[in-house]
Design a protein around this ligand. Structure first.
Ligand code: T1G
Length: 709
């Protein structure tokens, strides 16, 4: 086969079939050079009379996984535009068959829709996830897909943004054949068959020329679909625009519909919520890169994992590794606790199987990798041991000391502590170089966030190994330095402090939670504590108080401590900051009275003019300020790392990109001025309102967190 290589696309010939292969590692994203290469290959195909059909494929591990997202921050989309390429493909006059494999997403799937047919390996995943980036399929997807599979299935597929299997795609009607192997051969055979039909007089199927089901596309149909999407204020713009583009496909010619779609796409691309979602997409991947660590460092093999503590956290942690096919030995002090822990994991898997999320074989396979034991010595052959013992310094010191003795040389020892000093536990283990923190978030088998806490003496190879295993078990890992609360819980301090002060000053839990949820937080502070446990939150404050780590402020977090004393531990006792009927939170006058009494006791003046704006600023600006301190102390490497922690672990709205991205949208100078204003209004005796040096510097220099290296 002869071949002509242009930039990132190669044209070769297999008899009368031209093979266009895109080669842009790692995911064949559609960059300007890819599109230039394709245009060159298509020109050559058009000129070569000997070529009567074409197969479009990619090198590497996947067919095109979408447009190059990094191009969207450019002022203009670099030409040739996607739609120029699609127009040349559809006007070629020769059948093109797409050979699909890997993860065919976004612009990659749209590219294939401009072919005459699509053949996919059975293992292929196909999707239009643009909506998850605050975008919409911007290279003809909203115009071509409805012509192939109908209005409702196309809108459902694009507004959900979730991938489907090749078998599902075949059933939906947007691919033509699924093969188990021989993809290129099968696609070539189909291309040649289409060429023969064309030679016999059968017109080529051109997707953009297919009719669209206008009869179903009534105004009421589209209005109903629009109303099903999330509200605009909660990141619903992209989905609503997708519905509008499909409506335009019914109202206008294909050519006009493409223009409509492009206008809507540009509007989305330039929106704050899409910028935020794209920021998080890259931030999550950037977070796995450790400054100063040589790429490609040899990692320690992790073939077997040990978990100490068969409680809720220990069981959840274990499931992460079992799900990845890694054997786990779990230890607990007594048989009853151990059996309870093993039983909880079994029930979790059986519940997943009952919902069809796992097959019975998968449940059997995973449980077959899971063993319980009472003797720590059983952990002697583990490569990584994670302690998830009760959150008490004495207990964790004892466990870490034992692990230092029983774990084999080279084994990594991790603590799941959320409040204790990793360096202290590392020293107690006697192997500080092998030691670090792995702070999972409950439920540990569900929450993607993992704070990896590097100790002062943690070996870089240990850190790199844990970051790699985190990706293998599907976690979004972020490295934190050692400090109280690491990244997330440390920033939570000021947020919860102000939420409680607002209660003393006269706001209700419902008003505070409502104001915070209105800006997109999944759960307000008080509903969050009621779910996690008022006793758990109070214990952290009490332990800090014992350690003399609280501000010299007698009113500090008095409400959570009082509710704890009253036995109002939250949802689990049907009463906390709210009263509960099942999971329904109901405002409770008893809490109002507690706050009134505490306000009187601590001389806090109550008022009834607390606005939602004040609530949001007083709770979230100190959170951002603490994030700035965490950056200037080097606890977090990058602002994006802080954003990933809050978006993945604390319900910060992804369409705001995380607290530091949101701070950039508001402006550091605005935040700085607001902090200083509250300092003047309430006094700043405890330094609650002092802008961090970094925030103050960004404010005066009119720079942003995104300008930081
Ligand atoms: N653009 C640019 N870079 C991308 C990229 C993309 N679309 N997809 C992945 N990368 C980079 C990623 O940053 C990382 O870089 C490396 O590739 C490996 O990715 C016009 C508007 C395909 C399932 O949303 O879902 O098309 O960190 O670590 O775990 O209508 O990447 O190595 O430097 O994630 O194996 C639509 C996004 C775009 C798909 C592979 N497409 N990508 O997962 O590897 S918008 C998407 C993914 C669009 C058109 C619209 C995943 C993956 P680095 P990775 P992975």
């Amino acid at each position: 086969m002869s071949s002509l290589v242009t930039s990132l696309a190669t044209l070769s010939k297999n008899g009368s079939t031209g093979i266009i292969e895109i080669n842009n590692p790692p995911v064949n994203a559609s960059s300007q050079k890819v599109r230039q290469g394709m245009m060159e290959c298509l020109r050559l195909v058009a000129e070569d009379k000997a070529i009567t059909s074409v197969v479009l494929t990619c090198a590497g591990r996947t067919f095109m996984a979408g447009a190059d997202i990094s191009e969207f921050d450019l002022p203009e989309l670099p030409r040739p535009d996607y739609n120029e390429v699609h127009a040349v493909m559809e006007a070629l006059g020769k059948p093109i068959v797409a050979a699909l494999f890997g993860t065919v997403l976004g612009g990659g799937l749209e590219l294939s829709l401009s072919c005459q047919a699509r053949v996919a390996l059975a293992s292929t995943k196909l999707g239009l996830p643009e909506v998850k980036l605050g975008l919409l399929p911007g290279s003809g997807g909203t115009q071509r897909l409805p012509r192939l599979i109908g209005l409702a299935p196309a809108i459902d597929f694009m507004t959900a943004g979730n991938p489907v299997s090749a078998a599902q795609a075949l059933k939906m009607g947007f691919i033509d054949k699924v093969v188990d192997d021989g993809l290129l051969e099968q696609a070539t055979a189909m291309a040649q068959a289409l060429a023969e039909k064309q030679a016999a007089g059968e017109p080529l199927r051109v997707t953009s020329k297919l009719p669209i089901d206008k009869a179903s596309g009534t105004p009421a149909f589209f209005e109903e679909y629009r109303n099903k999407q999330a509200p605009l204020a909660k990141g619903g713009s992209a989905a609503r625009q997708i519905v509008r583009c499909v409506e335009a496909a019914c109202e206008q010619s294909f050519e006009d519909g493409i223009i409509f779609e492009r206008t809507a796409f540009i509007d989305r691309k330039n929106s704050a919520d899409s910028r935020a979602l794209r920021h998080l997409f890259f931030a999550e991947r950037e977070a796995t890169r450790i400054p100063g660590l040589a790429a490609g460092m040899e990692l320690r093999p992790i073939r077997k994992v040990g978990v100490v503590g068969a409680g809720t956290m220990g069981g959840g942690i274990a499931m992460n590794f079992l799900n990845a096919g890694i054997p786990v030995t779990i230890i607990d002090l007594n048989q009853e606790a151990l059996q309870r822990g093993l039983g909880i994991v079994r029930k979790n898997y059986e519940a997943s199987a009952a919902k069809g999320r796992l097959t019975a074989d998968q449940v059997t396979q995973r449980l077959g990798l899971f063993h319980g034991a009472l003797d720590m010595a059983e952990l002697g052959d583990c490569d990584l041991v994670i302690e998830a013992a009760f959150e008490s310094l004495e207990i964790k010191k004892s466990v870490c000391k034992q692990l230092g003795a029983v774990c084999k040389p080279g084994a990594i020892i991790a603590s799941n502590t959320s409040t204790l000093d990793i360096d202290l536990l590392a020293e107690v283990s006697g192997r500080p170089a092998d030691f670090l923190g792995m702070h999972f978030f409950s439920p540990a088998n569900v929450m993607r966030l993992l704070e990896v806490v590097r100790g002062a003496k943690t070996d870089p190879q240990v850190l790199a190994t844990v970051m790699a295993i985190a990706k293998k078990i599907g976690k979004s890992a972020v490295v934190s330095g050692v400090c109280f609360g690491f990244i997330g819980n440390r920033m939570l301090e000021g947020y919860l402090r102000e939420a409680e002060l607002l209660l003393l000053e006269g706001a209700s839990p419902a008003q505070i939670d409502g104001a915070i949820e209105a800006i997109g937080m999944a759960m307000g502070p008080h509903r969050m504590i009621d779910m996690a446990g008022v006793d758990v939150a109070a214990k952290v404050v009490i332990e800090q108080d014992k350690a003399g780590a609280l501000p010299n402020d007698p009113s500090y977090r008095v409400v959570v401590r009082k509710l704890n004393e009253l036995g109002r531990h939250g949802q689990k006792t049907s009463a906390g900051y709210y009263r509960y009927q099942g999971r329904t939170a109901i405002e409770d006058d008893a809490v109002w009275k507690v706050c009134e009494e505490l306000a009187q006791k601590y001389g806090v003046k109550r008022r009834d003019n607390i606005s939602d704006k004040e609530i949001v600023e007083r709770c979230l600006y100190p959170l951002i300020n603490e994030g700035a301190r965490i950056l200037e102390e080097g606890i977090a490497y990058r602002p994006g790392d802080v954003d990933v922690v809050w978006a993945q672990g604390y319900g910060f709205p992804a369409y705001k990109g995380g607290p530091m991205q949101w701070a950039d949208e508001i402006g550091p100078a605005v935040i700085c001025a607001a902090l200083e204003g509250y300092g003047r209004q309430f006094g700043n005796a405890h330094g609650y309102w002092t802008p961090s040096p970094l925030l103050a510097k960004l404010a005066t220099q009119h720079r942003h967190f995104s300008d930081l290296p």
